[in-house]
Design a protein around this ligand. Structure first.
Ligand code: 5CA
Length: 441
């Protein structure tokens, strides 16, 4: 992509409305624009990151055996009346009437609808277990939308729903999602600590939140310092092996970790030696629930068991805040100059800077590298706009692409380009004909 053809409205100064660094940087880098409180347009740069995160989430859901569907954003009120949540959800639910005066709502979550879909499609225990998920926009009329996309009103969520014939089988489904979350967040370059959590309006007995540690997080967190030493990057397990999956989950859940809502100071002191008691703040990027028959019973979602008797299906639901993650990753990965994207979610891998647009040698060298990178499938943003070096460097640092390739007349005399790593700041002179190989090896 050529910057001269791109849409990336960069702001030079910090926007006044932004309180936290990720919100500031997303506005400054031209990733999003606020349309109303907690309601954002995603501009090209922001949208690329959102899609990359979405795709990683999708791949790990698929790997864990979940099946992707897509339910509408607008739901009829009837189902929610059956589950009892139509009134319980209160003002957080955006209620709408259609032209026939029918009560509709913009979905804040999908337990009711998916349970009804499943009820109609399945009769026998032989059709279980199943896990269905979608990645769809939600609306919650939050009392205090804030921190940009971190607490929006309209936000993108991945929500999965498991259906099992027994409590035990349901536990395995829950554990599989638990593991898939460890894998997902590790791939996103994040350490997200699983913590015991409140179940809130979703309900149920068992629940874990996954929190990314960051000073600007909305939740207070208390956890065992052992988490810092855990093997986040290498979570490998055979999902069909219920014992192995349970054991892996146990390794994480046996350590003390709780958000302030569930924190028990006495237990914390009893179970964790003083030197390992960590406290801080965290951003909730995922939340998983096991709620048994809470929705299947009122919605009549039953299957015929092996003994011929009807049983209400055991369910759980599993959310990831896809749009929140864009802000969460920035909170975890930035410096004074701007964003530092982890490779896996970076909008482009390489930023190619032409320091002297109009200089024939510079233009030619840049074009050659630009075309060669594209031919090799490397996502590259080519700053081919006329402008001063200082502004170009500042903008490239701000948008945080992992690598910069800098080309100007001085280096060209010696046949070299400068390659800069955004994360470490390390700069290296690389012969022009070696540049492309650096990113394709
Ligand atoms: N149905 C369940 C699980 S699928 C559910 O709705 N869970 S939730 O309420 O915990 O939301 C799931 C995830 O969505 C949260 O962990 C959080 O990462 C994200 N999320 C929730 N509210 C917001 C919001 N207002 N803005 C951005 N992300 C949000």
């Amino acid at each position: 992509m050529r910057l001269s053809q791109y849409f990336m409205p960069i702001l030079r100064d910090d926007p006044k409305e932004a309180e936290i660094v990720s919100h500031k940087l997303m506005l400054r880098a031209g990733m999003v624009r606020q349309e109303a409180a907690g309601n954002y347009s995603w501009l090209p740069m922001g949208f690329r990151v959102l899609k990359k995160i979405e795709q990683i989430v999708r791949e790990e859901q698929d790997r864990a055996g979940a099946l992707e569907v897509l339910m509408p954003t607008i739901q009829p009120a009837e189902l929610w009346k059956k589950s009892g949540r139509y009134d319980a959800y209160g003002k957080e639910m955006l209620r709408i009437k259609d032209r026939h005066d029918r009560e509709m709502l913009y979905g804040p979550t999908n337990e009711e609808m998916i349970t009804d879909i499943f009820r109609q499609g399945v009769q026998s225990y032989k059709d279980l277990p199943r896990n269905l998920y979608h990645i769809q926009w939600k609306f919650r009329d939050e009392v205090r939308p804030r921190f940009g996309v971190m607490r929006g009103r309209e936000f993108l969520m991945k929500d999965a729903y498991s259906f099992d014939v027994s409590r035990e089988a349901g536990q395995h489904s829950y554990n599989k999602m638990f593991v898939s979350y460890l894998r997902t967040f590790a791939r996103l370059g994040l350490k997200a600590v699983p913590m015991r959590a409140e179940t809130g309006p979703i309900g149920g007995s068992d629940s874990h939140e996954f929190l990314v540690l960051a000073d600007t997080g909305e939740s207070g967190v208390f956890f065992d310092g052992d988490f810092h030493e855990m093997d986040w990057g290498k979570v490998e397990v055979d999902y069909d092996d219920a014992g192995a999956v349970a054991k892996l989950v146990e390794r994480f859940t046996s350590k003390y970790a709780a958000t302030d809502e569930k924190h028990d100071a006495a237990e914390f002191e009893r179970r964790v030696p003083a030197a390992k008691r960590m406290t801080g703040r965290g951003i909730e990027v995922g939340h998983i629930f096991f709620f048994g028959t809470k929705y299947s019973e009122p919605l009549g979602c039953e299957v015929q068991g092996a003994d011929g008797k009807k049983v209400a299906v055991q369910s759980g639901s599993y959310g990831i805040g896809v749009s929140r993650l864009v802000g969460g990753i920035i909170e975890a990965s930035h410096d004074d100059a701007g964003i530092i994207w982890p490779e896996a979610v970076a909008p482009f891998q390489v930023g190619l800077i032409n320091l002297k647009v109009g200089d024939a040698a510079s233009d030619e060298a840049c074009l050659k590298i630009y075309q060669a990178l594209q031919a090799k499938g490397v996502d590259v943003l080519f700053d081919d706009k006329d402008g001063g070096a200082g502004g170009k460097f500042a903008a490239m640092d701000l948008i945080g692409l992992p690598w910069q390739v800098i080309i100007g007349p001085r280096g060209l005399k010696d046949g070299i380009a400068e390659v800069k790593c955004r994360k470490t700041g390390a700069r290296e002179n690389v012969a022009l004909d070696q540049v492309v190989g650096r990113f394709t090896a």
